[in-house]
Design a protein around this ligand. Structure first.
Ligand code: AMP
Length: 192
């Protein structure tokens, strides 16, 4: 299995987020899951890569060239791909992945999550999207999505496009359980 992981670049966040990321990274290694991520060395991105590499797992970074120029790339990630733009990077994140995981993060992570969520709604992406809601960090995001449903900006069924889990160990089982967004659902998403 190969998954794309979106997560924070900030170093200043609470250690509970680093601990959850470490546990998630170990689960990926244990389950022989290859991770594709933003290629960074800081924050949760850095910790994710450090733990995967230290335990013999597989990780690939995809980063725009300008970030490499300012030395944001993780020096130990051998499999690195550099793109011309942020847009190209985001498109490459989703090639041949079996699922997308959103760990806690800031605006960059939120933007990446909302893009893939929207792509799925429009039938352009069919794989599971999992949100790791460490200590309720993403409760407000869930509220915003539910508000979209209440006010009829999307249908209740669109909430099925992503799964919120509380513990890092729940992420990979949630990907397996969610399965692909099937053809009926794609038609449904496009029509509404
Ligand atoms: P955020 O969740 O706001 O920390 O954003 C994470 C995303 O922001 C990454 O996928 C990158 O697009 C970008 N980013 C911001 N700072 C860095 C950094 N120091 N190294 C790598 N990527 C970064």
């Amino acid at each position: 299995m190969r998954i794309c992981v979106y997560c924070a670049s900030s170093e200043r966040i609470n250690r509970k987020y680093f601990e959850a990321t470490e546990r998630f990274a170990l689960e990926c290694v244990k389950s022989n899951v290859e991770v594709v991520y933003g290629g960074g060395s800081s924050g949760l991105m850095g910790r994710l890569a450090d733990v995967i590499l230290a335990n013999g797992g597989k990780i690939k970074g995809i980063m725009p060239k300008f970030m490499n120029d300012v030395e944001w790339a993780h020096k130990l990630v051998a499999d690195m791909e550099f793109t011309e733009s942020m847009h190209e990077r985001k498109a490459k994140f989703l090639v041949d992945v079996d699922g997308v995981v959103t760990l806690p993060g800031g605006t960059g992570t939120l933007e990446e999550f909302l893009e893939v969520f929207t792509l799925k709604r429009l039938g352009q992406f069919s794989k599971p999207i999992i949100v790791l809601n460490t200590d309720g960090y993403y409760d407000p995001l869930k509220v915003v999505l539910q508000r979209c449903v209440e006010e009829e900006f999307m249908l209740d069924r669109h909430m099925e496009m992503c799964t919120f889990v509380q513990q890092p160990e729940e992420v990979i089982p949630a990907i397996r359980l969610a399965g692909d967004w099937n053809e009926d659902a794609l038609r449904f998403a496009r029509l509404t």
